[in-house]
Design a binder for this molecule. Structure first.
Ligand SMILES: O=P(O)(O)OC[C@H]1O[C@](O)(CO)[C@@H](O)[C@@H]1O
Length: 526
């Protein structure tokens, strides 16, 4: 039986708060600095490793974090989640995204069906459909193969799948599994749809309309935009569109689509990359085998998140260190810094995952929380970020914890030696240098050139960004955010904070405005 308590009521949190702070500069530059880098590392799935040597922790802090994990019952809460308890209290729903990639606990039946069987059935249907598109059994009306897939969706129906597609595009090309180019339309800004439509051959394009609810204004507007374009090209839209939605949504029973694939209300949009939401576009783009490898990596990482030994559970430890930084050390944000161009949209995905999940001021029962919850998340790939916002990270007045990601090898393998090193070596040299620069700093008499150091970071290191590694990376962050939500006692699976803006926008469009809303509407010529 689990009990849900606010963080500041836990005795272990009190102990953690009183634990002596670690001087990161001394820890990293002292005689045990090198050993620390070797030891403070946990294996992850797919050959990845989570290294937390440059975090502001030592044995005493780690011990206090282990006690916090125990008192907050993180393992038990995860078990309650994957065994089908109503963890999403706000919407009174189960939380089942782990089941899209494996069965961690008991069979869970909901709506009269075994949910694992349901998700597997959707994967099989998608795989069959994708194979038929690739081998020319499913074609356009002229009997020609589709060459492009365009996903229409927003939020979780866009960010995760888009980030995953970009992450694997070059890998798939290099490994001869690239089947179709994918494009994405998300913004209701007409320039988004228009620009994508101008860049493709609509006659050879298949569109994936993705909306769990089937009611999202932006997505339905963009669907009409695309249907108009197909009609104007003399094409039958229903022969060019598939839907990914929940079986209860208005889209589910429509004849407007060539096929429909399903997820359900037990998978939040931001946790849906491993469901049909990511499955359709990724299977069409790279083939079902690549999507299956991606799921395998995620499933392996999920299993590591079950480990009751916190120091061998990368997602749980990452989560706890994040809580320590937020609630004891008082750091307000976290930067996601992948040293991998393929992960260019991964920070944007994590922004939604983290901030929509844990950006909450009430606990899971609607009561107040009087401590900080989710941090502000932002990021960019390195080394580009170094030439942009790292100035503030190194010498600004806020300390921003950093989450680096790096790979020993590139995806494409084409490289050049300039000044005795390859580009890949330069990339990796930079991330190593940054970790040490942030943690250790450098004293200078000229205060303008002085680096205080003491700026914490972690790094996930892998051999190369493969489908398995990407799945593991995704699951790591999903589970980290989940564990943090448990510690903060918030419901990480609803998002009421997005509703008010939607309601007011509808009022503006219906011209039912007054006061400030009316003046802004007039200023924007609506
Ligand atoms: O898939 P849907 O139902 O169109 O929702 C899209 C996105 O909108 C949100 O509900 C926020 O407005 C996200 O949580 C979700 O990912």
């Amino acid at each position: 039986m689990v009990t849900w308590n606010n963080l500041n009521t836990l005795a272990s949190f009190q102990t953690l708060s009183e634990t002596e702070r670690v001087d990161l500069v001394s820890a990293m530059t002292g005689e045990n600095g090198a050993e620390r880098v070797k030891n403070y590392s946990i294996p992850m799935a797919a050959g990845l490793a989570y290294n937390y040597a440059a975090k502001q922790v030592d044995e005493k802090v780690l011990d206090a974090l282990v006690k916090l994990a125990e008192e907050a019952q993180l393992g038990e809460k995860f078990a309650a989640l994957y065994n089908g308890e109503v963890i999403n209290t706000g919407e009174k729903r189960l939380v089942l995204h782990h089941m899209t990639r494996g069965q961690l606990g008991e069979a869970v039946e909901a709506d009269g069906v075994d949910k694992r069987a349901f998700y597997v059935e959707q994967q099989e249907r998608i795989a069959e459909f994708a194979n038929k598109v690739h081998n020319g059994e499913i074609t356009n009306a002229a009997g020609e193969k589709f060459t492009t897939v365009v996903q229409i969706g927003i939020g979780g129906s866009d960010l995760g799948p888009r980030a995953m597609y970009l992450a694997l595009e070059n890998w798939a090309k290099k490994n001869d599994t690239f089947k179709m180019e994918a494009k994405f339309i998300s913004n209701v800004d007409p320039d988004d749809a228009a620009a994508v439509l101008n860049s493709i051959d609509v006659a050879h394009s298949i569109f994936v309309l993705v909306s769990k609810s089937g009611t999202t204004l932006e997505t339905l507007t963009n669907e009409s935009f695309v249907k108009d374009a197909l009609k104007n090209a003399g094409l039958d839209a229903s022969k060019h569109m598939i839907a990914v939605t929940s079986e209860t949504s208005p889209l589910a029973k429509s004849d407007d689509y060539l096929a429909a694939f399903f997820m359900d209300d037990y998978i939040g949009g931001r946790y849906s990359s491993t469901s049909a939401v990511g499955g359709a576009v990724l299977s069409l783009a790279f083939g079902p085998e690549v999507f299956a490898a991606f799921l395998k990596g995620a499933a392996e990482e999920d299993k590591l998140s079950l480990n009751q030994d916190v120091l061998q559970n990368p997602a749980m430890l990452d989560a706890l260190i994040g809580v320590y930084e937020r609630n004891v050390l008082g750091y307000p944000s976290t930067a996601i810094l992948p040293y991998s161009q393929a992960l260019s949209r991964f920070p944007a995905h994590l922004q939604q995952l983290d901030m929509e999940s844990n950006g909450k001021s009430v606990n899971r029962f609607g009561g107040p929380v009087d401590y900080p919850t989710g941090p502000v998340i932002f990021g960019e790939p390195g080394t580009n970020g170094q030439h942009s916002f790292y100035q503030l990270l190194h010498q600004g007045t806020d300390i921003v914890p950093l989450q680096f990601i790096g790979f020993k090898n590139s995806q494409i393998g084409t490289d050049v030696v300039i000044q005795d090193s390859t580009s890949q070596q330069k990339l990796c040299a930079n991330v190593a240098a940054q970790i040490v620069a942030f943690a250790c700093g450098k004293a200078d008499e000229n205060k303008n050139k002085n680096f205080e150091g003491g700026r914490p970071s972690s790094i996930i290191i892998g051999e190369a960004l493969t489908p398995e590694a990407l799945g593991a990376l995704l699951a790591h962050f999903e589970n980290k955010v989940m564990f943090q939500g448990f510690v903060w006692n918030v419901n990480s699976f609803d998002q009421e904070g997005v509703q008010l803006g939607k309601v007011l926008a509808k009022r503006v469009l219906a011209h039912e405005t007054d006061g400030a809303l009316k003046v802004f509407s007039d200023l924007l010529n609506i």
